[in-house]
Design a protein around this ligand. Structure first.
Ligand code: NAP
Length: 470
């Protein structure tokens, strides 16, 4: 597939292969762009700003709704392509496409609700006699840099609010999974003037970095790892930056919990998308009185997962994004076992597959739970009581989401108040998100929020207009 710049398809002599992680087959190629191409995209995005500003909010909203319809019509086609490039089970890809449609529709609706407010300047010293109000204005050109794990929905979480707020966009999709994003941008390009949406493929370390450093880009909206996020925050200068970064989400299971419900939550939270989820359950913190029963039931349910061809509707566990990623997970688990952890089930790698794995007797200092492990692992950390559980939960540089299973309201409230995370769910695993909720972590998990209404704040700048009436 070609890039899309200024409404035109642009290729290059340098090509990157996009491979199906399930069988290694090349699905397609994309250009490896260099700085000059990123520059061209920046120029086209700047040129297109006026075309969008002149458009009424009504028209922008309707155009986004037209794209909703187009994506609905191509639901299966997009889901299949997602599965081919990422290796996730087809049923999960269909959910991702459905959520993408929802994210787009929410943005189209919110495009009609960009309000300023009147400001009582007379509440401040010498402010009497003014009529003042604010306006929310587009920031200009937004660079959207996105990861491989939910390439379509996470990219739409940036592009759709950006355009709804009348910004033009340059998308830098992940090199491992750029295809659904390019295909989606083509749908947008059919509706909007040339240059409103541009896609530049190529390596993040070159074209991504160039976009981050450019003075002609006004905002960086990034989702990806903490390491890349830190680099971006150091290089972005004065432009607005939103960083949606990694997670190491804890879920606490107390002795008064509904154990079956908790097991169901951990199965979803640890193994969805083969554990490659920012808000995936990465640490299962269990009160020791119920740990044996919980572990037994978790193993039982884990062994029911079906690993296989991701295009088969019976498959519930697909591949990781690459064999390299699976080897990394394998090594991290091995390292934990050497330090005293015990594999209860799983622990087997086959190419890019890694089996659903439950590891018990994990301690808080093991790499498996200190760093973000992006694979299908449920590491059980046994604790004595609620105090220790909260202490372990907070003993991390991350703070994306968290969960607690308990039937006691005061324990749930203590977790809600004391766990340092952007979201705390009670009787639900951390791996849950609706596309309208404020989403974004504390600590090194990021800066700023997504979730349409909240993303609008990040995609606009506020101007105050004051009329001196006396
Ligand atoms: P990544 O390696 O940080 O890559 C993300 C994007 O950044 C890719 O498009 C990448 O391009 C680009 N990039 C790499 N180096 C760059 C640089 N120096 N400057 C600008 N851009 C650069 O992350 P990933 O492995 O794709 O994704 C997994 C991570 O994302 C995990 O940590 C996960 O928790 C996190 N994540 C967070 C959220 C959230 O909402 N909080 C959601 C999903 C995932 P290339 O592909 O060309 O390298």
């Amino acid at each position: 597939m070609d890039m899309l710049i200024g409404g035109k398809h642009i290729s290059s002599d340098d090509l990157a292969e996009v491979k199906n992680p399930y069988n290694g087959e090349v699905i397609d190629t994309v250009p490896i762009a260099h700085r000059q191409t990123a520059d061209l995209a920046i120029m086209e995005a700047n040129k297109a700003k006026e075309s969008l500003i002149e458009m009424s909010a009504f028209k922008v909203s309707n155009k986004l709704l037209n794209v909703v319809k187009k994506l609905e019509d191509k639901r299966e086609e997009f889901a299949k392509l997602l599965t081919l490039e990422v290796g996730k089970p087809i049923n999960e890809s269909l959910v991702e496409v459905d959520r993408s449609i929802e994210t787009l529709r929410l943005s189209a609706e919110e495009a009609k609700r960009i309000y300023g407010e009147s400001v009582p300047l007379d509440a401040g010293l010498n402010g009497k006699g003014f009529f003042a109000f604010t306006q929310k204005l587009p920031v200009g050109v937004v660079a959207a840099i996105t990861p491989f794990n939910y390439p379509l929905n996470l990219t739409i979480h940036k592009i759709a609010p950006a355009i709804a707020c009348k910004n033009t966009v340059i998308v830098k999709p992940p090199t491992e999974a750029p295809l659904t994003v390019i295909k989606f941008c083509e749908l947008l390009n059919e509706e909007f003037p040339p240059g409103v949406v541009n896609v530049v493929t190529g390596y993040g370390s070159e074209v991504g970095d160039y976009l981050v450093c450019s003075d002609e880009v006004n905002k960086i909206s990034f989702t990806g790892s903490v390491t890349t996020g830190m680099m971006i925050s150091q290089k972005a200068g004065m432009k607005k930056v939103t960083l949606e970064l990694g997670g190491n989400d804890p879920v606490i299971i107390l002795k008064d919990a509904d154990i079956d419900k908790a097991v169901k939550g951990i199965i979803n939270g640890a193994f969805l998308n083969a554990g490659q989820v920012c808000m995936g359950v990465k640490r299962v913190i269990v009160e020791e009185d119920i740990a044996d029963e919980f572990a037994r039931k978790l193993v039982n349910e884990t062994e029911k997962l079906i690993m296989g061809n991701p295009l088969d509707t019976k498959t519930t566990l697909g591949t990781l994004i690459s064999e390299k990623a699976a080897i990394q997970v394998e090594e991290t688990v091995k390292n934990a076992v050497e330090k005293g952890a015990k594999i209860l089930t799983g622990g087997v790698r086959d190419g890019a597959f890694y089996s659903a794995t439950v590891v018990d007797y994990v301690t808080r200092d093991m790499d498996l739970v200190v760093r973000e492990t992006f694979g299908p692992i449920a590491p059980i950390i046994r604790v004595k009581n609620l105090d220790e559980a909260i202490d372990v939960a907070n003993d991390t540089e991350y703070g994306l989401q968290a969960g607690v299973f308990t039937s006691d309201y005061s324990s749930s409230m203590r977790c809600a108040q004391e766990i340092e995370a952007g979201t705390v769910f009670v009787n639900k695993q951390s791996t849950f998100r609706t596309d309208n909720m404020p989403f974004g972590g504390f600590k090194n998990s990021g800066v700023g929020k997504e979730g349409i209404k909240y993303a609008f704040d990040e995609m606009t700048k506020t101007k105050l207009i004051g009329l001196n009436l006396r």
